[in-house]
Ligand binder design. Sequence first.
Ligand SMILES: Nc1ncnc2c1ncn2[C@@H]1O[C@H](COP(=O)(O)OP(=O)(O)OP(=O)(O)O)[C@@H](O)[C@H]1O
Ligand SMILES: [Mg+2]
Length: 499
Amino acid sequence: MTYVVAIDQGTTSTRAMIVDVQGLPVASGQLEHRQYFPQPGWVEHDAGEIWRNTREVVGIALSHADITRHEMAAVGIANQRETVVVWDRRTGEPIHRAIVWQDTRTQDYVDRLAKDGGTDRFKSLTGLPLATYFSATKIAWILDHVAGAKERAVRGELLCGTIDTWLVWNLTGGPDGGVHATDVTNASRTLLMDITTLQWSEEQLELFDIPRVMLPEIKASSALYGSIESSSLLREVPIAGILGDQQAATFGQAAFDKGDSKNTYGTGNFLIVNTGDELVASRHGLISTVAYQREGQPPRYALEGSIAVTGSLVQWLRDSLGLFENAADIETLAMSVDDTGGVVMVPAFSGLYAPYWRPEARGAIFGLTRYATRAHIARAALESVAFQSREVIEAAQADTHTSIPVLKVDGGMVANELLLQLQADIWGKPVVRPRVMETTALGAAYAAGLTVGFWQDTEQLRGLWHEDSRWEPSISINDRAVRVAQWHKAVTRTFDWVE
Ligand SMILES: Nc1ncnc2c1ncn2[C@@H]1O[C@H](COP(=O)(O)OP(=O)(O)OP(=O)(O)O)[C@@H](O)[C@H]1O
Ligand SMILES: [Mg+2]
């Protein structure tokens, strides 16, 4: 056995990557899927399309590499988190489009529940604030709005799950004996799991009125889930690891131990700081989450700074404002000016997540004068990514009483070197990019490979991490302080926008 296959089912696309024992990608396939925005604040995916794309990208990767399933030791899955699918156990058909993590349609569920105890009422039980972001209210919404769904769910006719669960069930046979399971990292994003016992909380299920029979079994991240069904190109290959995409990137960055961290720049940004065996309750607006769990071992926890809008801001500038043609063009455009000309942009499109958790905030561009051009706006957009990241890094340092020495970065946006320079400038410490930037897929491969003995231990995996490039801060402390203060002023002015 010479390879592991990783499936990275993301918010905008699905990738398959074949990884060798050195942790290097040998081939990959990638397909985008359609984003549905049926109403303001609503975001949906077609789960059937995601499943078809998954099979197709695996085929593309295998044919590019010209290898067969006989050389595959295991399959690992990383997935967009919190997004939910509810489907018919007998036909395998979803009863509604998947409701995506960014979707805010359930704000009234949140407001209703927050009346009794505020948005922190589930924090000690689940590690999470009460927010539309997490899965629970999305499942409840589907059960409430699809005719007959609640009754069918109670009768055991419906299954639900996050995207990992949807894929594993389909990969292992679907209606024909499919395995209905999820991993602890995904389960820790639902508001339904007790983060200490790592089991579904009966109390939460009752509160959200979600029948227990719909839910998957919670397993360790690095564990055997089942074998791939017989009509697949990967038939009989074991699925041996699942991690939510951000936890997968943490794993792929070899951030296995307490104090290790990474920041991923994708659709949104997600800082994760490993807190080891310790479940740290944040006092600075971060969430507590499971970093990973290996079979038979205790879980590792993490603090997470989740930022809703970063790469999707670049997409918005491209698609909705038409400022440039390709995402990568933002770098040249932003580099055509020396600074933002006083423009500050706060992309609170879905309210603000960490560290503020202000659902009623909305996006704004400040400091406009006739001097401002699209180049200044492009540059301000990149700076907003760096400012938002700085805030969650500061919060993590305050929560853990430690200092993060360098920032390990990854994700689609880190191809943008101007962004990484701005990040080093605005944060004030070095930013480091690893050789393999596809850390999400890599982490899924690592989790699966460890289970089947393809790799021996995390020490071996740590040895596979290599630095590619590094950016050092290049502005004065004073300059930084002025810009940070201005950013902060702008952020607070987006609060309380929606009544
Ligand atoms: N050169 C670039 N400069 C700035 N932003 C970029 C650049 N290249 C890609 N992006 C942005 O990065 C994002 C894609 O990154 P990535 O593929 O890591 O996202 P993701 O959140 O992991 O997506 P998915 O959920 O589909 O995996 C897009 O939002 C895109 O706008
Ligand atoms: Mg991704």
